[in-house]
Design a protein around this ligand. Structure first.
Ligand SMILES: C[S@@+](CC[C@H](N)C(=O)[O-])C[C@H]1O[C@@H](n2cnc3c(N)ncnc32)[C@H](O)[C@@H]1O
Length: 239
């Protein structure tokens, strides 16, 4: 068995590209297990723990490792990082979940912010909540990128324990370090559209509090619009 060729989809490949050679990996919420399998097959990591909250996805990961012939992967059924000891990994991937779920997993295991662990985080939604949470809980964003996969834009953040100033609302929605990313303009456009839609709904509310929140979101959309205009001017020759 084994020896099938594994091609990662762009979102997972972008994560794989940021894993340092020789790393000891924990892939939390591994599901199909393609990331640790690919990293082991290419000799990027020495050892990997593939973990999941549920038995069925973990079985899927086991089947992937067997089908592609990947060794030195441990499969662990556990909630977040609760079943993984700090010394077992130096690189933790938490990908393909909502930003609030990723933050809850990190919050339950504060050792991951000790400065000795690199965290690769890829929220599927509510990335603004994750960005707001990180500086308040000892996370310092080292770099950030966007990847397009089947027409959807996904952010990836590399984080290590350390200090950084609290995130501004514009950073929560537009990212900390994305202005050099060729996909930033498209990402901002998506965020602006979502913010305006939310603001419109809130402003129609009879609650004064919600109307105020709507006005705040509209202001934030305007701020992102200005940044997008400046970015396009700098990157697209001002068209
Ligand atoms: C959509 S899949 C993402 C799979 C893979 N990480 C990726 O990015 O393609 C999400 C996986 O996370 C698992 N999961 C959700 N919450 C979890 C938690 N608290 N701890 C461990 N796994 C979790 C789910 O069971 C599911 O298999």
């Amino acid at each position: 068995m084994g020896e099938k060729k594994l091609d990662l989809q762009p979102r997972l490949q972008a994560l794989a590209d940021w894993v340092r050679p020789g790393a000891r990996l924990a892939d939390v919420g591994t599901d199909h297990g393609y990331l640790p399998v690919w990293l082991r097959l290419h000799g990027v990591v020495e050892h990997a723990i593939a973990s999941d909250l549920r038995p069925a996805p973990l079985d899927h990961a086991r089947r992937s490792a067997a089908a592609y012939g990947a060794s030195d992967i441990e499969f662990r059924l556990c909630d977040g990082l609760r079943g993984i000891a700090p010394e077992e990994a130096d690189t933790v991937v938490v990908a393909g979940m909502g930003g609030e779920n990723i933050a809850a997993i990190l919050e339950a295991s504060p050792w991951c912010m000790d400065g000795a662990h690199f965290l690769l985080l890829q929220p599927m939604s509510r990335d603004q909540q994750l960005r707001a949470w990180l500086p308040l809980h000892g996370g310092r964003v080292l770099r950030e990128r966007l990847v397009e996969d089947k027409g959807t834009l996904y952010p990836i953040l590399e984080v290590v324990g350390g200090a950084m100033p609290p995130a501004t609302p514009a950073q929560c929605y537009g990212g900390f370090a994305l202005s050099g990313d060729p996909l930033w303009g498209a990402y901002l456009e998506e965020r602006i559209t979502k913010l305006r839609r939310a603001a419109e709904g809130l402003r129609r509310s009879s609650s004064e509090e919600e109307q105020l929140r709507g006005a705040e979101l509209e202001k934030l959309a305007e701020e992102l619009c200005v940044r997008k205009g400046e970015w396009e001017h700098a990157n697209c020759g001002g068209d």
